[in-house]
Design a protein around this ligand. Structure first.
Ligand code: ACO
Length: 425
């Protein structure tokens, strides 16, 4: 129910238009613009800067204050006190699990960690030098041709099974993308390990010797998963919701989210950060790159800085920075040349007036890229790991969309092309 109203007057219309205004539990009020269509008007908001496209109770962000809550819990507390499995449960169910619920959840996920054996052969169809995001996009889309038994989107149990399958299989798919690229045999999942530990095992283990999981790296990996788990209606999540609104199956929808995440303005930024650090190459060239980033006539931007929503320090970046320091100390990498460039760049950008004025702070991808590089994960796998972590956010939003009455998403446009004209001849 609308507790407030807005009135819009438009030149050429005799009467003003009354629009309901709704309040959420947190965040700005929203004006319901749907009555405008009946008056022959649309709203115009390229980039969805001012548009709330749905109701959602999963995640809240206050970009100005640097707040991120999942189910009401601040992200830094979740990163400190919970693990990824608990955060997955929270995003899917709205509450943190009890110890018993967590055991059941973790065990159910573990029942689904293997891929259908036939899917392993799909990888052979890709070039060895293919970008792992290209492989992941294809393999996740292909899941819909293997798991027909749970594709009824109107069946709550089917939706739940799909969620379990996706959470469980993404690490397996991601690690197989890596193993395929370096020509090593695929490693089957080990269900005696934690979610993060198993991922590291599938990435770095070989059949020749048992892989020992380093607890510091395991914790850092788990934190990366937690910090990327969800971020309300970002480009990839909105893509998943939009694809889902047509009734497409969840595996196809998640594949669309992976495609949207790939770009450097979104999930591809962590890979772009490392590429940029390599391009800078030496601390003596940092000033040159900072000057390029500040030049309005140069399209270059400092990758890993700035965020559409956060105009303050990204709360995830704070936790990631702490994790980054722990990992570098554990691996004795404090003096790695690339990482030294990163630290120096961070300092300059934080102190520089240009960045301060525009409220451009290092974002989560800046630090996650450094951690992943230190762990030994190749740069082109960074966005794959983001996709793996974000799958829980995507599937939670997809499930939320389908659990209440919904409509196909269909944005309109401001047409600027030719008016109707005569066909030549
Ligand atoms: N380096 C230099 N200048 C920047 C940067 C940057 N990284 N980001 C923004 N600016 C400048 C813009 O040039 C603009 O300056 P102006 O006002 O003088 O014209 C001003 O800051 C505002 O920038 P916008 O483009 O309006 O900000 P927007 O919200 O559209 O963009 C984005 C956000 C895409 C994240 C941008 O900051 C960027 O490209 N950053 C680098 C890529 C990156 O790290 N992306 C990861 C995002 S986090 C994630 O997806 C998990």
């Amino acid at each position: 129910m609308a507790d407030k109203k807005a009135r819009l007057t438009v030149d050429g219309l005799d009467e003003s238009i009354e629009l309901p205004v709704y309040s959420g539990t947190l965040g700005p009020d929203v004006i319901d613009v749907r009555p405008l269509t009946g008056k022959g008007l649309f709203t115009y908001d390229p980039g969805f800067v001012s548009t709330a496209a749905c109701d959602s109770s999963i995640t809240f962000i206050d970009g100005g204050k640097g707040v991120l809550l999942h189910g009401g819990y601040p992200i830094d507390e979740l990163a400190e006190k919970s693990d990824y499995m608990e955060v997955c449960y929270l995003l899917l169910n709205g509450e943190l699990p009890t110890a018993e619920q967590k055991d059941l959840f973790v065990n159910t996920v573990k029942n689904h960690t293997m891929l259908h054996e036939q899917l392993n052969h799909f990888y052979n169809g890709f070039r060895r030098d293919a970008h792992p995001m290209a492989i992941m996009c294809g393999v996740v889309g292909a899941l819909s041709s293997f798991y027909h038994d749970s594709l009824d989107i109107n069946n709550e149990h089917h939706r739940e099974v799909c969620a379990y399958r996706l959470i469980a299989k993404m690490p397996t798919i991601a690690a197989m993308c890596f193993k395929y690229s370096c020509g090593q045999p695929f490693m089957y999942p080990r269900n005696d390990l934690s979610y993060a530990g198993n991922f590291l095992h599938m990435m770095f283990g070989t059949p020749c010797e048992e892989y020992q999981v380093n607890p510091v790296l395991e914790k850092a990996m788990d934190r990366i998963f937690v910090l990327h788990a969800d971020h309300e209606q970002n480009a990839s999540t909105s893509t998943v919701r939009l694809a889902g609104s047509s009734g497409a199956n969840p595996f196809a929808c998640i594949a669309s989210g992976i495609a949207a995440l790939w770009g450097p303005a979104h999930g591809g930024a962590n890979e772009a950060v490392l590429n940029m650090l390599e391009e800078i190459g030496d601390e003596s060239r940092i000033d040159e790159f900072v000057a390029k980033a500040k030049d309005p006539n140069d399209p270059f931007r400092l990758m890993g800085f700035g965020h559409r929503v956060y105009r303050n320090f990204d709360p995830r970046a704070r936790v990631m920075k702490k994790s980054c320091d722990e990992v570098l100390a554990e691996l004795g990498l404090e003096n790695d040349p690339l990482l030294k460039i990163a630290k120096r760049l961070e300092q300059i950008a934080i102190e520089d007036e240009y960045f301060a004025e525009r409220k451009l702070y290092p974002n989560v991808d800046f630090y996650s890229g450094i951690i992943l590089k230190a762990i030994g994960i190749p740069t082109n796998m960074f966005t794959v790991i983001f996709a793996l972590s974000r799958t829980i956010g995507w599937i939670s939003h997809w499930s939320e969309f389908h659990s209440s009455p919904n409509k196909i998403g269909r944005p309109r446009q401001l047409y600027t092309g030719p008016t109707q004209r005569k066909y030549p001849g």
